[in-house]
Design a protein around this ligand. Structure first.
Ligand code: HEM
Length: 173
C-alpha cells in the first residue's frame, strides 16, 4: 500500500515539476527588452512565485518520492540507470531556469525568442524521453548494446585505455 501512495505522490509531484519547467521559458519570454516599472515588477513577481513556490518544491517531492520508490520497489535495472541520466539532465535544466529567473529581470536584460525555443525544446525532449523509458522499461537485451562493450574490459578498449594483457589472477591470502 505504501508503494501505491509513493507512486501517487511521485506522479503528482513530477507532473507539476515537468509542467512548470516546460512553462518557464514562456513565462521568462514575457520579460521583453525595455520593459520597466510596474509591468516588469508584476512579471518578475509571478515568474519567481511559480518557480520558487510551485516548481522547486514539486521537484524536491518528485526526487524524494522517487528515491523512496527505489528502495520500496528495488528498481536496480538498466532502464532505471538511463532514466536517472535523463532526470539528471532535467535537474540541470531546472538549475538553468533558476539562474534565468534571477538574471533575466535585471536591468537591460531580456529572454530572446531563440532561448525560449531552445530551452522549451530541450525540456520537451527530456520529459518525453523519461516517460518513454519509464513506460517501456527496456531490458539491457532490448537495447542491444554491441557485444564487444559487454565483454569485461570492453569499455576500456572502446575508449582506448591501456589494459594489462596478463591473465587475471586471484591474490593469495
Ligand atoms: C530523481 C528523480 C527520480 C527518481 C529517483 C525516480 C524513481 C522512480 C522509481 C524507483 C519508480 C518506480 C519504478 C518501477 O515501477 O519499478 C518511478 C516510477 C515512475 N517515474 Fe520516476 N523517478 C524520478 C523522476 C521522474 C521524472 C522526472 C519522471 C517524468 C518525467 C518520472 C516518471 C515516472 C513514472 C511515470 C513512473 C511510474 C512508472 C510505472 O508505474 O510504470 N520520474 N520513478
Amino acid at each position: 500500500m505504501m508503494v501505491v501512495w509513493l507512486k501517487i505522490g511521485h506522479i503528482i509531484a513530477l507532473s507539476i515539476w515537468c509542467a512548470g519547467l516546460l512553462a518557464m521559458p514562456f513565462m521568462l519570454s514575457r520579460r521583453e527588452a525595455g520593459l520597466v516599472g510596474e509591468p516588469l515588477y508584476e512579471r518578475q513577481k509571478v515568474t519567481r512565485f511559480v518557480f520558487i513556490s510551485l516548481v522547486s518544491p514539486a521537484a524536491f517531492i518528485a526526487i524524494g518520492t522517487g528515491t523512496a520508490l527505489i528502495f520500496a520497489m528495488e528498481t536496480f535495472t538498466a532502464w532505471f540507470a538511463i532514466k536517472l541520466l535523463f532526470v539528471g539532465l532535467l535537474a540541470k535544466l531546472h538549475i538553468r531556469m533558476g539562474t534565468a529567473v534571477v538574471e533575466v529581470f535585471k536591468e537591460g536584460e531580456h529572454f530572446p525568442l531563440w532561448k525560449m525555443l531552445t530551452t522549451a525544446s530541450v525540456g520537451v525532449v527530456l520529459v518525453v524521453g523519461i516517460l518513454v523509458i519509464v513506460l517501456w522499461k527496456p531490458s539491457l537485451a532490448a537495447l542491444s548494446p554491441p557485444d564487444h562493450i559487454m565483454q569485461p574490459g570492453g569499455l576500456a578498449d572502446l575508449l582506448g585505455f591501456y589494459r594489462s594483457s596478463s591473465p587475471t589472477s586471484m591474490p593469495t591470502p
